[in-house]
Design a protein. Structure first.
Length: 100
C-alpha cells in the first residue's frame, strides 16, 4: 500500500544521507591524519613525538567537515618503552601550546 511504499522510500533516503555523512566524516578525518603524517615526515619528526603546527584551527575545520563533530583529538599510540621520552617531549613541545 501507499503508506508502506512511502515509508520504505523515506527510510531508504535516511540511510542514504546517513551513509554519505559517515563517508564524508571519515574522509575528512583520514585527510587530516594524512596531513599530520606528511607534516611530521617533512619536519623530520618521528611518532609519537610529533607536534602539529596550528592544530586547533585545523582540528576545528576538520570537525566542521566531519558532520559538525564536537571534538577532534590527536592521541598518538605510545608504547611502554616510549612513555618517559614522550612525556618529556609533551612537557617541552606540547604543553606550552596548550597554555596559549
Amino acid at each position: 500500500d501507499d503508506f508502506d511504499k512511502q515509508f520504505r522510500n523515506y527510510a531508504s533516503e535516511i540511510v542514504s544521507v546517513a551513509t554519505e555523512n559517515v563517508e564524508n566524516s571519515f574522509g575528512s578525518i583520514e585527510s587530516f591524519a594524512n596531513s599530520i603524517t606528511s607534516t611530521a615526515t617533512s619536519a623530520g619528526q618521528v611518532f609519537p613525538n610529533v607536534t602539529v603546527p596550528d592544530y586547533t584551527s585545523k582540528a576545528i575545520r576538520v570537525a566542521d567537515l566531519a558532520a559538525n563533530a564536537r571534538l577532534v583529538t590527536y592521541a598518538p599510540v605510545v608504547q611502554a618503552d616510549e612513555r618517559v621520552g614522550f612525556e618529556e617531549y609533551a612537557r617541552q613541545a606540547i604543553y606550552p601550546q596548550i597554555q596559549q
